[in-house]
Write a new protein. Structure first.
Length: 280
């Protein structure tokens, strides 16, 4: 049972904008903040899914919600959606940059279009959303929550575009936090562990088509609801960093201090590479 005493004090009637909010962690975050009494702005790609979620939030949680079809790689469309949200609700208190895409392919087999698309969504998407919402966030002393990955610390095989996007996203977020010191705006970087979402089911491959990828073979897999609850509680405390996997912390330490051991033992397992009986 969620403790609404915290929600009522922190997020009741606050305006929370979530990108990629119709599925996975984004949907779980929308439901969690709705339970806290927040008003929701959801950006995603399919209007039918948006309408269904808005109806669910209204009927089950009795909150106001606005769903808008938006490709966050399109800066002009993002600005239109943010302006509409501000016009309807008066401002934005929390921005959650959640939308993302992954890929899996050898470097030699990966087209430039894959690199461009991954960076457009995973890096420039949050840039567009943050730029559009920042004046309102500063005015309301809000929060920016950036969903990233520990692949920004310890890379995964066959995902160089995804890894690069996470390095860029984390660098942008850390710099933004420093620039916003004294403004009253908090910036939290979130690095979930392995989570049961559809991200890997909709992964790009080398020719930019979509292909489901095999499940990762190590570590505990969290539910989107578990991740959303941890993020919600961290937002209450206005944390700067939330890392949610002990396995990934070990990976980060190995990658930094014992890179050869990391590359030989942990990197193939984290990347979903299965070794045969001979160990090759």
């Amino acid at each position: 049972m969620y403790r609404k005493v915290f929600a009522n004090k922190m997020f009741e009637r606050k305006v929370v904008l979530i990108t990629g909010g119709c599925a996975g962690i984004g949907r779980a975050l929308a439901q969690r903040f709705a339970q806290a009494g927040a008003r929701l702005v959801i950006l995603d790609l399919e209007q039918e899914a948006l309408d269904s979620l808005v109806q669910h939030l209204s009927s089950h949680h009795n909150v106001e919600a606005l769903g808008m079809c938006c490709d966050i790689a399109d800066a002009e469309r993002v600005e239109q959606c943010v302006n509409q949200a501000i016009e309807q609700f008066g401002g934005i208190d929390v921005l959650i940059n959640n939308a993302g895409v992954t890929h899996r392919s050898l470097f030699a087999d990966t087209t430039r279009e894959v690199f461009k698309r991954v960076m457009a969504i995973n890096y420039f998407g949050p840039v567009h959303c943050t730029q559009a919402a920042l004046p309102s966030l500063i005015e309301r002393h809000g929060q920016i929550i950036v969903m990233s990955s520990l692949s920004g610390f310890s890379p995964l095989l066959y995902r160089r575009a995804y890894n690069a996007s996470q390095h860029a996203l984390q660098g942008m977020s850390e710099t933004l936090r420093c620039e916003l010191q004294g403004s009253g705006v908090g910036v939290m970087l979130v690095c979930p562990g392995f989570t049961a979402t559809d991200l890997r089911k909709n992964a790009l491959i080398g020719d930019a088509s979509i292909s489901a990828q095999p499940p990762l073979s190590m570590g505990k897999v969290a539910s989107p609801q578990e991740v959303a609850e941890a993020i919600y509680r961290a937002a209450i405390k206005r944390k700067r960093l939330l890392v949610m996997s002990n396995v990934d912390w070990r990976a980060r330490l190995l990658a930094r201090y014992f890179p050869r051991l990391f590359e030989k033992v942990l990197l193939p397992r984290m990347s979903g590479v299965r070794r045969n009986a001979s160990g090759s």
